[in-house]
Design a protein around this ligand. Structure first.
Ligand code: SF4
Length: 218
């Protein structure tokens, strides 16, 4: 698949996208327009189902929507509010540490550059890129497991890690298309192009896809 076909596939998926469930962090970004809440909900979403992240975020943000409100909570309260997200104890500690550092070093404001974001405890490339695109509206390629898997299945990239996929997409795709990729491919990956046995017979972009590595499909 070449770049024109990749963009064509994204355009086709964009038509179907409103029928699918948008990723929870996207919904939170649309509702709040707040980089801090995007950052915290992204951390909650790691290794956690969207339904669980949605409920946990709602409970947490009902009590704390800013770093200063967050540090007023004790770790046990945050743990209780976010349970049962994966690694909830670690995440509660990370959320508190991030909030304290934001207050101490950034006047409570989330920084808008990748390198600084990645110096925060628990913030990797995926989280930092998502905060830039959803929280700040900056061009950013956020590659999670869905974007990595589907871009390889398409035959658009041939990469071993999400980071390699990110670099390949940055090279091959024009910057003004970067930020929409994550939303579309996450929703598509949760609905049709599932990790095990994708629904190829019902796929809107099957005519473009090379189905690299797909051994079993429906
Ligand atoms: S044809 Fe199958 S593998 Fe290719 S994008 Fe569609 S669902 Fe995924």
């Amino acid at each position: 698949m070449n770049t024109a076909q990749y963009l064509n596939a994204l355009d086709i998926l964009a038509i179907e996208y409103p029928k699918w469930n948008a990723p929870i962090v996207t919904l939170i970004a649309q509702r709040t327009n707040d980089p801090y809440m995007v950052l915290i909900s992204t951390i909650l979403s790691l290794r956690t189902k969207d339904e669980t992240t949605a409920k946990s975020s709602q409970r947490l943000f009902a009590l704390a929507r800013t770093p200063r409100e967050m540090v007023a909570l004790c770790p046990e309260t945050i743990e209780e509010l976010i349970y049962p997200v994966g690694f909830y104890r670690n995440k509660a500690a990370q959320i508190l540490a991030i909030s304290r550092r934001l207050i101490d070093e950034f006047d409570g404001v989330v920084p808008n550059d990748l390198d600084t974001l990645m110096t925060f405890n628990g913030v990797g490339r995926k989280t930092a890129n998502l905060v830039l695109s959803l929280g700040f509206g900056l061009p950013s390629v956020c590659v999670d497991t869905h974007v990595h898997r589907i871009s390889n299945r398409f035959g658009f990239v041939r990469t071993k890690t999400p980071e390699e996929t990110e670099m390949a997409i940055r090279r091959k795709v024009q910057m003004d298309r970067w930020s929409g990729i994550n939303d579309l491919l996450v929703a598509f990956g949760q609905t049709l192009c599932k990790p095990i046995s994708p629904f190829c017979s019902a796929c809107f972009v099957a005519h473009l896809c090379k189905r690299v590595g797909v051994e079993k499909s429906r």
